[in-house]
Design a binder for this molecule. Structure first.
Ligand code: PGA
Length: 256
């Protein structure tokens, strides 16, 4: 039997929290989390709070820190940008391809691919977000969109690079709307994502974690994380409340 995948629960704080608020949120997490959570846990504070949050979390193995985005060029004359190489230390994960980056900041599939490669070059773990709009869903294009975004970002990476990637299925219509996909939708999308991974390496596909994201709360987490193919959650709004986030962590159990 394949080894069980350890669930991963990621809190994406987006453009929220001042530095003192971010530190307080991290301290709250350490107070409320169980001593030995079943899930791996990561939080993605805004860039300015990554280091202060790291200082809170560094001596505690329960929570890792990551970044919400990066620029794909090596360090240099790129005003306002943060290179992947600058995130190491202290980050473990870097989110790429979030729909807010794609829709509001113009990150194309090409840019997402360049960022993902830069994250791997920096020795960090990319967390790739993919997902369809409501219009695409209504037109029956969900499978094509999810697979297309995955192929563009991941194809040709090779088993080693791919092995460091986690993919999150995030239907855009479910993000910040209070409306989750059904557990069956999430399971189906996770299956499509693993099919794309298996085009490179079936072993990597079996070991890779696929997350669900979109309005996950402490109340909905148990149902959303129940399908065998869903290995955790990418959480936005509910990750800003330590008790809510810990409730989601508590719902994550090792998968098949
Ligand atoms: P949400 O955000 O949990 O607030 O819907 C999820 C995400 O954008 O990753």
């Amino acid at each position: 039997m394949a080894e069980a995948r350890r669930p991963l629960v990621v809190g994406n704080w987006k453009m929220n929290t001042t530095v003192p608020e971010a530190v307080a949120l991290a301290e709250g997490l350490l107070r409320l989390l169980p001593a030995a959570p079943a899930a791996e846990i990561a939080v993605l504070p805004p860039f300015i709070s990554i280091w202060p949050v790291h200082l809170v979390l560094a001596d505690d193995p329960r929570v890792e820190v990551g970044a919400q985005d990066c620029y794909w060029q090596p360090p240099g004359a790129f005003t306002g940008a943060v290179a992947a190489a600058m995130l190491q230390p202290p980050c473990h994960h870097v989110l790429v391809g979030h729909s807010e980056r794609r829709q509001l900041f113009g990150d194309s599939d090409e840019v997402v691919r360049l960022k993902l490669e830069a994250v791997l070059r920096a020795g960090l773990n990319p967390l790739l977000a993919v997902g369809e709009t409501l219009e695409q869903r209504d037109r029956g294009e969900t499978e094509a969109v999810v697979k297309g975004q995955c192929r563009f970002a991941l194809k040709g990476l090779g088993a080693q690079g791919l092995g460091n990637c986690t993919v999150a299925y995030e239907p855009i219509w479910a993000i910040g709307t209070g409306q989750t996909a059904s557990p069956a939708d999430a399971e189906q999308a996770a299956g499509w994502i693993r099919e794309v991974l298996a085009e490179t390496d079936s072993g990597v596909a079996a070991r890779a974690r696929v997350l669900y994201g979109g309005s996950v709360t402490a109340e909905s987490a148990a149902a959303m994380l129940a399908p065998a193919g869903v290995d955790g959650a990418l959480v936005g709004g509910a990750s800003l409340d330590a008790a809510q986030f810990c409730g989601i962590v508590g719902a994550a159990a090792p998968g098949a």
